[in-house]
Design a protein around this ligand. Structure first.
Ligand code: EPS
Length: 369
C-alpha cells in the first residue's frame, strides 16, 4: 500500500537508489499558488548532508512539477512531483545485499516478497520521506490559509530531554531542539556517538495550532487514529502518543480531564482531540524513533541462505534518524489534517462554519496559549 488519505490522496513511489522518487497528490482543491521554489525550505530541513550529525549523502532534492499546476496555480487535477536521485553509492551495499541487518526491514521484505532492492534500503529507505515532505508543502499552505500552523521539535535524544520549550529556538540549530543552551551538549553527545559507530533513538513532537473544533470522523476515521497510522508509517517509528499518551495511565480522571471555562480549556492532556474529533485546542502528537539499525559495528547475523555471517554496514547512515524527522512528522500531521478538513467540509459544510444547531459560538481554545 503506497497510498494514504481519503479525499486528499497521497501516493509515493521510488527507491533510494533508483533514478527518481515521486508522489501524486490527488484531490487537492484548485486555486493554490505553487512554485518549485516553495519546496526548497522544507526539503532542506529534512535533507541529509546539512550537518555532520546526519547522513553525508548530498541530494539536491530539486522538485519537478509534472502535472496539476497551470501558470503556478493548482488546477484540481492530480499533482505529480518528481525528484531525481543524483548521489547514490550503491557499491556500499554490495556486501550486505545477501545479508540481513539485525533490526532492519531487509529480513521482512525478503520473507514477504522473496526479492528486494538492497541498494540504500530500496523502498524501505527514509529517502521516501522526501516526497511526503514535498506533498505536505501544499497541505501546509492550504492549512495556513485557514489559520492552521503546523510545526514540530525534537523532544528527546537518548536520555537527553529539553530543559525549556522555546519555539523560537527550534529552527536555529540542526537538531530542531527547543532549548538553544543545550545545543553544545547535543553536539558533543552526537560527535562521540558517531565516532563510536553506534546509533540512538529520539522523540519528535509535532503540533498544530489553530485547528477548529470538528475535524475527525468517528469511529473508524478518528483524527487520532489516522494520525497514529500516519506517524507509524514513517521509517523507524515505534511509538505514537496523542497528548499525554502513555503518561495518562498514571493519572486519575480528575487530574486528566481538561476543564472548560468561558476563557478556554485550562489544560490539554487530551492533545486537542476528544472522541477522535479536534476540540479546538492545540493538536499534540509525540513520535518515538528507534535507533538506526545500519551500523558499522560488526554483529553476528544471517545471510539469505541461513549461514551465520558477520554483518557490517558501510554507507552514509544517520546516527540518529530522529534528528531529521521533525519535518517528516510535521508533513504527516499536515496531510492528515488537510484530508480531514476536506472530509469535514464535505459532510458538514465549510471549514470553520458553525453548525446551525449550535447556539452562538461556543468554540473555545487553550486558555493559556
Ligand atoms: C537511508 C540510508 C542512507 C541515507 C538515506 C536513508 O542512504 P545512503 O546509504 O544511500 O546514503 O542517506 O537518506 C536519504 C538519502 C534521504 O534523502 O533521506 C536509509 O537506510 O533509510
Amino acid at each position: 500500500m503506497n497510498t494514504f488519505g481519503q479525499l486528499l490522496r497521497v501516493t509515493t513511489f521510488g527507491e533510494s537508489h533508483g533514478p527518481a522518487i515521486g508522489c501524486v497528490l490527488d484531490g487537492c482543491p484548485p486555486g493554490i499558488a505553487i512554485a518549485p521554489e516553495d519546496f526548497i525550505h522544507d526539503l532542506a530541513r529534512r535533507a541529509t548532508g546539512k550537518s555532520r550529525h546526519t547522513s553525508a549523502r548530498h541530494e539536491a532534492d530539486v522538485v519537478e512539477i509534472l502535472s496539476g499546476v497551470y501558470e503556478g496555480i493548482t488546477t484540481g487535477t492530480p499533482i505529480a512531483l518528481l525528484i531525481r536521485n543524483t548521489d547514490q553509492r550503491s557499491k556500499d551495499y554490495a556486501k550486505i545485499a545477501a545479508q540481513f541487518r539485525p533490526g532492519h526491514a531487509d529480513y521482512t521484505y525478503w520473507q514477504k516478497y522473496g526479492i528486494r532492492d538492497p541498494r540504500g534500503g530500496g523502498r524501505s529507505s527514509a529517502r521516501e520521506t522526501t516526497m511526503r515532505v514535498a506533498a505536505a508543502v501544499i497541505a501546509k499552505k492550504w492549512l495556513a490559509q485557514r489559520g492552521v500552523r503546523v510545526y514540530g521539535y525534537l523532544a528527546q535524544i537518548g536520555q537527553i530531554t529539553p530543559n525549556a520549550l522555546d519555539v523560537a529556538a527550534i529552527e536555529t540549530n540542526p537538531f530542531f531542539w527547543p532549548d538553544a543552551a543545550q545545543v553544545p551538549e547535543l553536539e558533543a553527545y552526537m560527535d562521540a556517538l558517531r565516532k563510536s559507530g553506534d546509533s540512538v533513538g529520539a522523540k519528535v513532537v509535532a503540533v498544530a495550532d489553530g485547528v477548529p473544533p470538528g475535524w475527525g470522523e468517528p469511529i473508524y476515521g478518528k483524527l487520532d487514529g489516522e494520525l497514529a497510522a500516519a506517524m507509524m508509517s514513517i521509517n523507524a517509528v515505534k511509538g505514537v502518543e496523542i497528548g499525554d499518551g502513555f503518561a495518562s495511565v498514571a493519572h486519575t480522571g480528575s487530574q486528566h480531564r481538561d476543564v472548560m471555562t468561558p476563557e478556554g480549556f485550562l489544560s490539554n492532556h487530551a492533545g486537542g482531540i476528544l472522541g477522535g474529533i479536534s476540540s479546538g485546542q492545540q493538536i499534540r502528537v509525540s513520535v518515538a524513533f528507534k535507533p538506526t539499525s545500519s551500523l558499522r559495528l560488526p554483529v553476528q547475523g544471517l545471510d539469505v541462505d541461513g549461514n551465520v555471517v558477520d554483518v557490517i554496514t558501510t554507507g552514509r547512515h544517520d546516527p540518529c534518524v530522529g534528528i531529521r524527522a521533525t519535518p517528516i512528522c510535521e508533513a504527516m500531521l499536515a496531510l492528515v489534517l488537510m484530508d480531514q478538513a476536506l472530509r469535514h467540509r464535505a459532510q458538514c459544510g465549510d471549514v470553520g462554519e458553525v453548525h446551525p444547531r449550535i447556539a452562538g459560538n461556543t468554540s473555545i481554545t487553550d486558555a493559556k496559549r
